[in-house]
Design a protein around this ligand. Structure first.
Ligand SMILES: [Zn+2]
Length: 91
């Protein structure tokens, strides 16, 4: 039983990763010389977050916090993956 449960968990995690699509990438704009974060290259205007590079920016638009904000402000029907405590519950 233990093994079976482990398999289900990893399959579920894999599914969440594959389904995760970036949302609201246009809300992240290029910045330079921002007084608060002079080394930042990008800023998410919705979340007021700063990023140093393209990789951090891409991670952010796929991140849960950004997607939750986007869901609240722009797209109420956007799929946002459940929290970890919810994932462990049976469907
Ligand atoms: Zn954001």
């Amino acid at each position: 039983m233990g093994l079976c449960f482990d398999n289900q968990v990893s399959i579920h995690v894999y599914c969440v990763c594959v389904c995760l699509m970036p949302a609201g990438e246009k809300l992240v704009v290029a910045v330079s010389g921002d007084p608060r974060f002079p080394h930042a290259s990008f800023k998410c205007e919705m979340c007021d977050c700063y990023f140093n590079d393209e990789f951090a920016k891409k991670a952010h638009v796929k991140g849960r916090r950004h997607r939750l904000n986007y869901k609240k402000m722009y797209q109420p029907d956007l799929y946002v993956e459940p929290t970890k405590s919810m994932v462990s519950q049976p469907l």
